[in-house]
Design a protein around this ligand. Structure first.
Ligand code: ADP
Ligand code: ZN
Length: 209
């Protein structure tokens, strides 16, 4: 089963991706995580990606598409994959179609007014990638799951978040129509608790499995 997770920044894609990946045994492929790993290791791709990510812009399609194409031919993707954060433009979706067939697109639908607060208050585990929100951490600075140190992503500041939301609206949201026309999208309400949202996703995926 080849699955795409679509949704605005802060819609909860990462949180749901972890759950989906373990329940359906699909490798979780997050282009954002791949870029951040490259930035950390100061690779050529990392240096290039950083210049865009820090401004809240998209990394150029050619670079991003090549990374995904190379990743999807790895052995663990043989029985399916879960793409998180890709495609993010119509052009990326068209390239993806050339090398893979998507079975289902889960669109996490959420009111824009939630997102600024969610993203600016987000803290992420350095070790396992789990996301938290300052409002529920009660001052804790380590991950409940693995004890790793929590940090704030450099692009989770008001100015960069605003530009990520604009980019989403202009370049990524058109994918909703694109996949609706193909008849493979399921819209899931993203306003509930992580458990509630996950239950909706499971219902959708179980019906196509
Ligand atoms: P979020 O969904 O919270 O914005 P991600 O971790 O998915 O965060 O992505 C962080 C940044 O990485 C994006 O703002 C963008 O600059 C870059 N990025 C991730 N995926 C893509 C993609 N498919 N195409 C271009 N840039 C991307
Ligand atoms: Zn952790």
């Amino acid at each position: 089963m080849n699955v795409i997770l679509l949704g605005a920044p802060g819609a909860g894609k990462g949180t749901q991706a972890t759950r989906i990946s373990s329940r359906y045994n699909l490798p979780h492929i997050s282009t954002g995580d791949i870029f951040r790993a490259n930035i950390k290791n100061q690779t050529e791709i990392g240096v290039l990606a950083k210049s865009y990510i820090d401004k809240g812009q998209l990394v150029p399609d050619e670079v991003t598409c090549k990374i995904v194409e190379n990743r999807l031919i790895e052995k663990d993707c043989e029985n399916g994959y879960l793409l998180d954060g890709f495609p993010r433009t119509i052009a990326q979706a068209e390239v993806l179609e050339k090398f893979s067939k998507v079975d289902c697109v889960i669109n996490i639908d959420i009111d824009f007014s939630f997102l600024m607060e969610r993203l600016c208050g987000r803290r992420v585990c350095k070790n396992c990638g789990e996301s938290y929100h300052v409002s529920t951490l009660n001052g804790k600075t380590s991950c409940e799951k693995c004890g790793g140190e929590l940090y704030q992503r450099k692009d989770d500041n008001p100015e960069t978040v605003q530009s990520r939301l604009n980019v989403y609206e202009n370049q990524t949201a058109p994918l909703i129509d694109y996949y609706t026309r193909k008849g493979i999208i399921v819209n899931v309400a993203g306003a509930g608790t992580p458990e509630e949202v996950f239950a909706l996703i499971v219902k959708a995926l179980d019906s196509i499995k």
